[in-house]
Design a protein around this ligand. Structure first.
Ligand code: PGA
Length: 234
């Protein structure tokens, strides 16, 4: 079954959460939710399969402002996004992807590893090189048995610009081949970047894509219902 993951990023006010949860109830068994950490408890209690947008680099200790995987796990998360490009840009997550993947493995949490190139890297034809490098960094010293990779071209995130289906197919299928040949692992590959109810039908034609990581559009329950409808066929 295809994964439909909603990354709410740093959105929704506490006062807006109850209505959002109510509006999403009808599709709660169809989506994975990645709300801001302060709302994880609300989402779990409302019956959503929930993940965190990030985790701290240790299980506990002196890490001001961070939230640990053990704390999040006790709240009920099943997944965690690791290495989202916004974390790599505004924090120094490139350095910690490896450690965060290790923490996910140790704690039985499914990691969703985000990889993807900048616009310049895309123009210079380096997309796969960047993706492979980011994938390799996750595998250093890690015994990964199950991994979901989200291919997210940075230039597509929040811009409304999406690569062609052929391009996404090429990247996704090569990522699968690369991980299988190098690490003997069959991975699922999601696509993330400006996915919406307007382009989902077209994206659905891409063979190698196993689901979507949806940012901006996930804030609209109406749009999410249309996406679920298209992907699940009901
Ligand atoms: P977007 O974000 O759908 O708003 O482009 C996707 C993501 O960052 O995961």
């Amino acid at each position: 079954m295809k994964i439909i993951a909603c990354n709410l990023k740093m959105n929704l006010m506490p006062s807006e959460v109850p209505k959002y949860l109510e509006d999403m109830q009808g599709i709660k068994n169809e989506v994975l939710m990645f709300p801001p950490s302060i709302y994880i408890d609300n989402f779990v209690k409302a019956g959503f399969t929930t993940g965190s947008q990030d985790i701290g680099i240790a299980e506990k200790g002196a890490y001001t402002g961070d939230i640990s995987i053990t704390q999040l796990k006790e709240l009920g998360i099943k997944y965690s996004i690791v290495g989202h490009s916004e974390r790599r840009t505004y924090h120094i997550d490139d350095r910690f992807v490896n450690k965060k993947i290790e923490l996910c493995i140790e704690n039985g949490i499914y990691p969703i590893l985000c990889v993807g190139e900048t616009h310049e890297e895309n123009i210079s034809g380096d997309t796969l090189k960047i993706c492979y490098k980011e994938i390799d960094s996750a595998f250093i010293d890690n015994e990964i048995k199950d991994l979901i990779i989200s291919y997210e071209p940075i230039w597509s995130i929040g811009t409304g610009i999406i690569p062609s289906n052929e391009f996404i197919e090429d990247i996704a299928s090569n990522i699968k081949k690369y991980v299988y040949n190098k690490y003997g692992l069959e991975v699922r590959v999601l696509y993330g970047g400006s996915v919406s109810d307007e382009n989902i039908e077209k994206l659905e034609k891409i063979e190698s894509i196993d689901g979507y990581l949806i940012g901006g559009c996930s804030l609209s329950p109406e749009s999410m219902k249309k996406i679920v409808h298209t992907v699940r066929g009901f």
